[in-house]
Design a protein around this ligand. Structure first.
Ligand code: SAM
Ligand code: SF4
Length: 334
C-alpha cells in the first residue's frame, strides 16, 4: 500500500482525487470540433517518457488520487502504452480505485484483451454518429467499421463501455435518439457533451453549439427521464431512461456550471498541470520531475499548483467570438 501524504485540498475545500493524464497530443482522427485538419504536433522530445508519466502519476496517487484516466490526443496511438497501463495497474487496490481511458475506439480491437487483463474495468468511447458517412465528415480520418469492431472487442473482453457523444447542431442532433437506443440496447451508458470553445478548429462554434437543455427537452417528449443519484466521479448528471432501462448523462459546461464539486486536475503529455479545464492556470511539473530523482521537488510543485486551483470556468460561446482558450481539447484530453 502506498503511503498517502497530505491529501490535496484546494483553497475552496475541494479534495483532488481524480487525475486525467494526456499521454500524447497526437491522434489518428481530426474531429472537426477538436482539431484543425492540418495540426502541428509537438516534437517527440518535448514529451514525457512513459517512465516519467508513470512516476508523475504515481506521485499523484501517493497524494490521494484514486482515479486516473488516460486520454490524449488518442491514448492508444502512443507507442508502448500497454507498458504504462500494466505498470500503473500495480496501484489498483493499493490506493487507486480506478484506472481507465477515453478513446476514439480506433485501436480497441487490438488492445481490448490486454486492457481487460490489466484491470481496466470501464472505458469511455467517443462516438458522435451511427452513420458511416457522417462519421467520416465529423472525424475526417476515422473509419466507422473499425471503431465498431473496437467497441465489440471491448465488450467481449468484459470492459464496461460508456459512449460519449458531443451534441452538434445540424450534424447529429437528429440522431441522439438513435444513439441512445443503440447504447442502451448494448448495455452501455451514454453521455452527451456540449461543445466547448477550445482551440482554433477552423469552424464557427456558434454553428456547432447545441445546448443540452434543448436536447433534453426534446428527449423528454419521447422518453421518461428520471433524475438519478448515480455519479461516475465526473461532471455528468444522470437520468434513468424509463423505456430503455439505461442511463443517460449530460455534461453541460455551458448551460450549467459544474465547477463547485470539481475534484480533478489534468496533466498534459509534456508534464504541464492544468488546474482547470476552462482556465489558463498551469504549472510545469516536467522541470521538477527531471531535476531530481527523488520526488520532493515534484511534490512541492504539485502542492503549490493545487493551492492555486481556480474556482471555476466561465465558458461563453459568442457569435464570431474567439475560442475561450487557445489550447485545443486534445492538449488536455477533455
Ligand atoms: N481521442 C480520445 C477521444 O476522442 O475519446 C480522447 C481525447 S478527446 C479530446 C476526449 C473527449 O473530448 C472526446 O469525447 C471528444 O469528443 C471531446 N471533445 C473534443 N473537443 C471538444 C470540444 N471542443 N468540446 C467538447 N468536447 C470535446
Ligand atoms: Fe482525436 Fe479525440 Fe480530438 Fe477526435 S476528439 S480529434 S479522436 S483527440
Amino acid at each position: 500500500m502506498l503511503k498517502t501524504m497530505q491529501p490535496m485540498i484546494d483553497p475552496f475545500g475541494r479534495r483532488i482525487t481524480y487525475l486525467r493524464v494526456s499521454v500524447t497530443d497526437r491522434c489518428d482522427f481530426r474531429c472537426v470540433y477538436c482539431m484543425a485538419e492540418a495540426m502541428t504536433f509537438l516534437p517527440r522530445k518535448e514529451l514525457l517518457t512513459l517512465e516519467e508519466i508513470d512516476r508523475l502519476t504515481s506521485a499523484f496517487i501517493a497524494k490521494g488520487v484514486r482515479k486516473v484516466r488516460l486520454t490524449g490526443g488518442e491514448p492508444l496511438v502512443r507507442k508502448n502504452l500497454m507498458w504504462l497501463i500494466k505498470s500503473l495497474s500495480r496501484h489498483l487496490g493499493a490506493g487507486l480505485d480506478e484506472l481507465t481511458l477515453t478513446t476514439n475506439g480506433s485501436q480497441l480491437a487490438r488492445y481490448a484483451e490486454c486492457l481487460a487483463d490489466c484491470g481496466i474495468a470501464r472505458i469511455n468511447v467517443s462516438l458522435d454518429t451511427l452513420d458511416p458517412a457522417k462519421f467520416k465528415t465529423i472525424t475526417r480520418w476515422g473509419d466507422f467499421a473499425q471503431v465498431m469492431a473496437g467497441i465489440d472487442a471491448a465488450d467481449r473482453a468484459g470492459i464496461k463501455i460508456k459512449i460519449n457523444t458531443v451534441a452538434l447542431r445540424g450534424v447529429n442532433e437528429d440522431e441522439i435518439e438513435a444513439l441512445l437506443r443503440f447504447a442502451h440496447a448494448r448495455g452501455f451508458d451514454l453521455t452527451l457533451i456540449e461543445t466547448m470553445p477550445m482551440g482554433e478548429t477552423g469552424a464557427d462554434r456558434t454553428e456547432q453549439y447545441l445546448p443540452l437543455s434543448l436536447v433534453r427537452a426534446r428527449l423528454q417528449d419521447r422518453f421518461t427521464l428520471e433524475e438519478s443519484p448515480y455519479r461516475s466521479g465526473g461532471p455528468a448528471r444522470y437520468v434513468q431512461v424509463g423505456e430503455t432501462g439505461g442511463r443517460l448523462g449530460f455534461i453541460t459546461p455551458l448551460t450549467h456550471n459544474f465547477c463547485e464539486a470539481c475534484n480533478r486536475v489534468r496533466v498534459t503529455c509534456t508534464g504541464t498541470l492544468y488546474m482547470c479545464l476552462g482556465q489558463e492556470d498551469a504549472a510545469d511539473l516536467r522541470a521538477p520531475l527531471r531535476a531530481s530523482e527523488s520526488d520532493h521537488l515534484l511534490n512541492a510543485a504539485i502542492d503549490a499548483a493545487i493551492a492555486a486551483k481556480p474556482k471555476g470556468h466561465d465558458f461563453v460561446i459568442e457569435r464570431g467570438g474567439k475560442p475561450a482558450l487557445s489550447r485545443t481539447m486534445s492538449t488536455t484530453g477533455g
